[in-house]
Design a protein around this ligand. Structure first.
Ligand SMILES: Cc1ncc(COP(=O)(O)O)c(C=O)c1O
Length: 405
């Protein structure tokens, strides 16, 4: 037996495969991946060819539907679908929208996803400035206006709508208006990953040129593709900008418009599942209906956590209703890893914090979750605290003011 076939045989015989199907699903109170309905998962039990007429009609339908949900005129806007998670779409927008010569980006940031935009630009050698705000409050329009008035001329100004690292919602419409007033040459780019479909966004009122989200966020599809709602006149100015083939949105757009296909292998199952997810979104009453349920989830969660004594990171209106960050209780028996593990054993998955300067964890209420799921999670949290010997109401840490990251 050759060395290679010996290795291959060892690998095949020594790796035990887990019985994935027999493990029950846990409830995902996270920013993603999110829980999906059984019917979305079942819709994916199809094998479709990427050039088949049925599949091409699915692509067309999804592209049209997303423009429709965005309430923008199809003559002026288009949806570009792209393989991969949300970060891929963000990278594609920067690659495509920033001219190779002399193009500069301004990022308005108040959290980890704003910071990630900066990292994307830095790694791609796209010249970029970042204007930072504290993580527990919204980007301030007045300060942005001042910066735009006196700062460099930018090709792109970018901001995150719901900073999922904290839950803070940024005032994108006012920011977009400021961008077009002070820097009309700049394209306005909004990362609406965790908000589009559940938080109303007036794309035209906010002068948004590129809006990005992904399949597995508020539409409750499964991960596998992201999408960009783009103003055609802006997009078509960008031919030849991209330093990357895969992330070239003009090329991807022209492929989709030309023969109706993705340029490279599409995530067929995810796209079929997304059609079912859109159907369920529509049955729930569109953006209004989804917002209603997520708000109910959030109210149940926040009331219950307050009764348990937990303190929110973001106070006032900036918090939104997508995800909530809570300070760790101030008690020697509280250890986040143990808290997480014990909740996971009860089938409840929460999420660690993503803050530079404070100890927090996060609980999301988006995805296929309902008020009763939130109530059950709260019950489990009470039980876990009891098991850890952390008294309820939990001792609250002294308030801190967050510096710039
Ligand atoms: C606001 C925001 N931007 C970007 C991302 C990154 O998306 P992905 O993890 O799909 O790449 C996320 C993920 O939760 C997000 O919430």
């Amino acid at each position: 037996m050759s060395f290679i076939s010996h290795l291959a045989q060892r690998t095949w015989t020594s790796v035990k495969m887990p019985f994935i199907k027999t493990n029950p699903d846990k409830k995902l109170f996270t920013p993603g991946p999110l829980s999906c309905s059984q019917s979305v998962k079942e819709a994916m039990l199809r094998d479709l060819g990427s050039r088949d007429e049925e599949f091409l009609n699915i692509i067309k339908l999804i592209r049209q539907k997303l423009v429709d949900i965005g309430e923008v005129p199809p003559e002026e806007f288009t949806t570009v679908l792209l393989q991969g998670c949300g970060t891929y779409a963000i990278e594609a927008v920067f690659q495509t929208s920033t001219p190779r010569c002399g193009g500069r980006v301004l990022i308005l940031s108040n959290g980890a996803y704003g910071q990630r935009m900066k990292k994307i630009c830095d790694i791609s050698s796209i010249p970029c400035d970042i204007f930072e705000f504290p993580e527990d409050s919204a980007v301030e329009v007045a300060k942005v206006k001042e910066q735009l008035r006196k700062g460099d001329q930018y090709a792109v100004v970018a901001v995150v709508h719901c900073e999922t690292s904290t839950g803070v919602i940024n005032p994108i419409e006012e920011l977009g208006q400021a961008v077009k007033h002070y820097q009309p040459q700049a394209a306005f780019f909004v990362d609406a990953m965790s908000s589009f479909g559940a938080v109303p966004i007036r794309i035209q009122n906010g002068h948004i040129d590129y809006l990005v989200s992904s399949a597995n966020k508020c539409f409750q599809g499964v991960p596998g593709f992201s999408y960009i709602i783009a103003r055609k006149s802006e997009l078509l100015k960008c031919r030849g900008n991209s330093r990357s083939l895969s992330f070239d949105l003009v090329d991807q757009y022209e492929g989709l418009e030309g023969n109706g296909q993705f340029r490279f292998t599409p995530p067929t199952h995810t796209l079929v599942g997304f059609v079912q997810a859109l159907q369920e979104f529509q049955e729930e009453g569109g953006v209004k209906g989804r917002a209603r349920r997520y708000k109910q989830n959030c109210t149940v969660l926040q009331r219950g956590m307050e009764e348990l004594g937990f303190s929110k990171l973001v106070s006032g209106d900036s918090g939104g209703y997508i995800i909530t960050s809570y300070y760790y209780p101030d008690h020697p028996n509280f250890d986040f890893e143990e808290f997480y593990y014990r909740l996971s054993q009860l089938g409840q998955l929460i999420y660690p914090g993503k803050l530079s300067n404070a100890n927090c964890f996060r609980i999301g209420n988006i995805g296929n979750l309902y008020p009763n799921d939130m109530k059950y999670l709260l019950k489990c949290i009470g039980k876990v605290l009891d098991g850890m010997g952390v008294p309820v109401p939990v001792p609250v840490p002294a308030p801190i003011s967050l510096p710039m990251p």
